[in-house]
Design a protein around this ligand. Structure first.
Ligand SMILES: [Zn+2]
Length: 113
């Protein structure tokens, strides 16, 4: 679960889920109201998480000949588990990761600084 970069208070599972429902990578801290940004790590982890669950389901359905009446609730259970488990992978930071990247790039291009 992520903890706020400004007030250091750890977000609850529910608060993280609610933040995750809002579009974009900027989340408002439920404790201090400061804007927090989803880290690049969170972004990469959630993508990897989705791919992992997706491919596990596809490979599973190909390798094991599970009847559809068993497979359908299995898919629902796995997807639900993946969604409910996602907040544990999330982390936030006070600064915008995209903005930081831009600054880094800028510094790299300018030999004077
Ligand atoms: Zn906070």
């Amino acid at each position: 679960m992520p903890s706020c970069g400004s007030c250091q208070v750890k977000w609850t599972w529910r608060q993280t889920m609610e933040a995750g429902m809002t579009p974009g990578s900027a989340w408002e801290c439920p404790h201090c109201g400061e804007t927090q940004f989803r880290t690049k790590r969170t972004h990469a982890l959630s993508a990897a998480w989705t791919i992992l669950i997706g491919s596990a389901l596809i490979i599973g359905s190909v390798l094991i000949e599970v009847p559809w009446w068993l497979f359908a609730p299995l898919v629902v259970a796995v997807v639900t588990g993946a969604v409910l488990g996602a907040p544990w992978l999330a982390s936030v930071q006070s600064s915008d990761p995209d903005l930081l990247d831009e600054q880094m790039e800028h510094r790299g291009k300018d030999p004077q600084s």
